[in-house]
Design a binder for this molecule. Structure first.
Ligand code: ZN
Length: 421
């Protein structure tokens, strides 16, 4: 088994009393100061943003989705273009996921009505059961891998640990993920245990399948919302020669479950390797994750919210909803000449009024998606910079308390949540 040649994690400072830490991930395409949020470029593009925009925002790294790129345009084709970096014109670090989560989102997730955004915690009241008409599973999991039908044309495919690694090597990201099975939060103990043990066998197969020492390979800890399963999973995965670790799978049925899962998991991962939390990016979760020792996060939240006119603002902003956004389609912004966020330095806030942004959204003008995404990404990246400064000056706990206390006072906005899932 090989280890990545030009990849390392350097822990720079650690807070007393919790797991929070500052660090630096070194990759062949540059360094990532951590903790950091990685925007998602599912189809080799962060929607509505050019790589030049991303550089301007200070983006330090991206996550692209293996499943989607395997189906379109095909990983062999991306390889012929010189790999993902050259294909999409992004010179910084890239992480790809394994495609395993899509097995979850195409099969079990459709049955249980849970998805990663909004509905991942079924008890938080954000999900609606969304069964397919026929009830047919779109994915089938066995020891070999995951068989599934393409969501684009219905064609049949199979992903295995070996093919996932081969596809990720063709895509050529700096950080790649072991193939895993992500269980539904609705799965019981017995199934979660079975899936976890299979994930462990797949982790070994992923390591054995890897032939490219230019890429860092992350192992994924599973085990659902059960302490003994998480303990077993973290013991097994952390003893394998991975270059980094990711915490994946069902993080429980509510936010408190997620915090417990991180408490059971992260302290047992070795200090000298980076830790990624998959698919999480709400402001409160970033604070909770950082406090529990997570180094990098990824989530479609900022760009997806931007497309539904939900723009991120600090929790003390008048009119802010429960999920930390203003809904710019609301009639209250018709004549609002103030900037979206008074002290934001992004191009959107520096140049345009809430009333103009509302007009763009109401007319479905393409510029709305660009300006909204620009602000939402800037907002989260600026928050991470603020968090890193607070970690350096030992003020992290005060910063977290200020944000979370303000957020707990936000009013639920029924108009807000309907379009966010
Ligand atoms: Zn802004």
């Amino acid at each position: 088994m090989i280890r990545a040649r030009d990849f390392s994690f350097q822990p720079l400072a650690r807070l007393k009393g919790n797991q929070a830490r500052l660090g630096r991930i070194h990759t062949p395409h540059g360094d990532i100061e951590t903790p950091e949020f990685l925007p998602v470029g599912t189809l080799a593009t962060v929607k509505a943003m050019t790589p030049r925009d991303l550089e301007g925002l200070g983006v330090q790294g991206l996550l692209a989705n293996t499943y989607h790129l395997y189906l379109r345009p095909g990983s062999e084709r991306v390889k012929r273009f010189g790999g993902l970096h050259r294909f999409m014109g992004w010179t910084g670090p890239i992480m790809t996921d394994s495609g395993g989560f899509q097995a979850f989102s195409l099969g079990a997730a459709r049955e249980d009505g849970v998805g990663k955004i909004g509905g991942i915690f079924p008890n938080e009241g954000q999900s609606e059961p969304a069964r397919t008409k026929s009830g047919e599973k779109l994915a089938h999991i066995d020891e070999e891998g995951v068989s599934f039908r393409s969501h684009i044309d219905g064609s049949r495919h199979k992903l295995t640990p070996e093919s996932s690694i081969a596809i990720q090597q063709e895509l050529g990201a700096d950080m790649i993920l072991a193939f895993d099975e992500c269980t539904s939060p609705m799965a019981g103990y017995e199934y979660t245990e079975l899936a976890m043990e299979r994930t462990h066998r797949w982790a070994v197969r992923s390591l054995e399948a890897r032939t490219n020492a230019e890429q860092a390979l992350y192992g994924i800890v599973q085990g659902g919302e059960w302490e003994d399963l998480r303990a077993r999973s973290v013991r097994f995965i952390s003893e394998l020669p991975f270059d980094g670790f990711a915490v994946g799978g069902s993080l429980g049925k509510c936010k408190a479950d997620m915090h417990r899962v991180l408490d059971w998991t992260v302290p047992h991962l070795s200090d000298d390797r980076p830790r990624h939390l998959l698919g999480i990016g709400e402001v409160n979760d970033l604070f909770e994750g950082v406090e529990r020792g997570i180094d990098t996060f990824d989530c479609v939240l900022p760009t997806r919210f931007a497309r539904t006119a939900h723009l991120l603002v600090p929790p003390w902003t008048p009119g802010v909803g429960r999920r930390g956004t203003l809904n710019l389609r609301h009639a209250r912004y018709l004549d609002d000449q103030s900037p979206l966020m008074a002290d934001c330095h992004c191009y959107t806030c520096q140049s345009f009024s809430r009333g103009y942004l509302r007009h763009l959204y109401m007319c479905d003008e393409l510029l709305a998606y660009h300006l909204g995404s620009l602000h939402n990404l800037h907002f989260l990246l600026e928050l991470m910079r603020t968090i890193r400064r607070a970690l350096a000056s030992k003020n992290f706990s005060e910063l977290k308390q200020r944000w979370l206390e303000a957020a707990s006072g936000a009013e639920p906005d029924p108009e807000e949540d309907s379009s966010l899932s």
